[in-house]
Design a protein around this ligand. Structure first.
Ligand code: NAD
Length: 271
């Protein structure tokens, strides 16, 4: 169903790897809601070839960019403005990767080169995107920038390792850059803290299925899926939320404010 919430708006969507990616659903919804946008991902992710299918479906040009490379980001913004015929109104950062998580390293056995890679790819890239955009004056006044986060920024989830620090940094960058872009250009910057979701990045976390199940049972509405996250992102990109900025917005079915649920009580009582 389309309400044309993004009619006339232009944007950049990063992080769609395959059909399960949260960014994939966001791109589909943004297209349904009338937006024109470019898609981007790391050059290495292009090898899978899946992104081309999405590009065709949503009529979007694909611009490869490693989000840690200032040169690639400059090309991304310049080319996007060329293709779209002007500055963008929305920007999605949907990027996360930790070599330590991927290799199952325990928190007392982290590889520090990998730790820095985690921070660079999953958090600094958010700053790099906004700094590049600001220098190139690539975002329209009143625009909206979003990053995707996880509650491990505030609470401990043992197997999330250094990604917890990356998410805390990501959310902090949203506040600091949100202040700057808000004052200068009325641009909003927020993070959405999403429920565990079955994607490549998500299921790469050891024990993911267990904490997916746990979060589902601990959330009055159940886990929020990628489609509902996409809906929320559309509202945040639209003009309906033009006074919301510098927030970490919980999109988790109520998980973050639930002490315990009856489902969990029953489950533990039956053990
Ligand atoms: N899946 C979950 O449970 C969950 C929960 C909360 C938040 N998130 C966050 O949502 C975002 C999207 O993840 P997802 O779950 O859709 O998984 P995904 O694996 O589909 O997406 C992650 C994306 O990051 C991209 N990426 C990695 N390194 C990059 C680089 N150097 N440059 C550019 N792109 C790069 C990957 O190619 C991929 O497209 C991430 O920030 C993730 O941490 C996911």
């Amino acid at each position: 169903m389309s309400n044309n919430l993004l009619k006339g708006k232009k944007g950049i969507i990063s992080g769609a790897l395959d059909q399960n990616s949260i960014a994939w659903k966001i791109a589909e919804r943004a297209c349904e809601q009338g937006a024109a946008f470019t898609l981007t991902n790391a050059p290495i992710a292009m090898r899978m070839g899946e992104l081309n299918k999405l590009g065709e479906k949503v009529n979007a040009e694909i611009i490869p960019a490693d989000a840690t490379s200032m040169k690639d980001l400059e090309t991304l913004f310049n080319k996007s403005m060329e293709v779209l015929g002007g500055k963008v109104d929305f920007l999605l950062h949907s990027i996360g990767m930790s070599p330590n998580v991927r290799k199952g390293r325990a928190y007392n056995d982290l590889n520090y080169d990998w730790f820095q890679k985690t921070l660079d790819v999953s958090a600094l890239s958010f700053h790099k995107m906004m700094q590049t955009a600001e220098k190139l004056d690539a975002i329209n006044d009143g625009g909206s920038v979003l990053g995707l986060s996880y509650i491990a920024a505030q609470r401990t989830f043992p197997d999330y390792a250094d990604m917890a620090q990356a998410k805390a940094l990501l959310e902090s960058i949203a506040r600091s850059y949100g202040y700057r872009l808000g004052v200068n250009k009325k641009i909003r910057v927020n993070t959405i803290s999403q429920s565990p979701t079955m994607t490549t990045a998500g299921s790469g976390v050891p024990g993911f299925e267990v904490f997916f199940d746990y979060a589902d049972k601990m959330s009055p509405l159940g886990n929020a899926d990628a489609e509902s996250c996409a809906d929320y992102c559309i509202v945040m990109f639209s003009d309906l939320t033009r006074m919301v900025t510098m927030q970490n917005l919980m999109h988790d079915g109520g998980f973050s404010t639930s002490g315990i649920t009856e489902t969990m009580v029953k489950e533990l009582a039956n053990k």
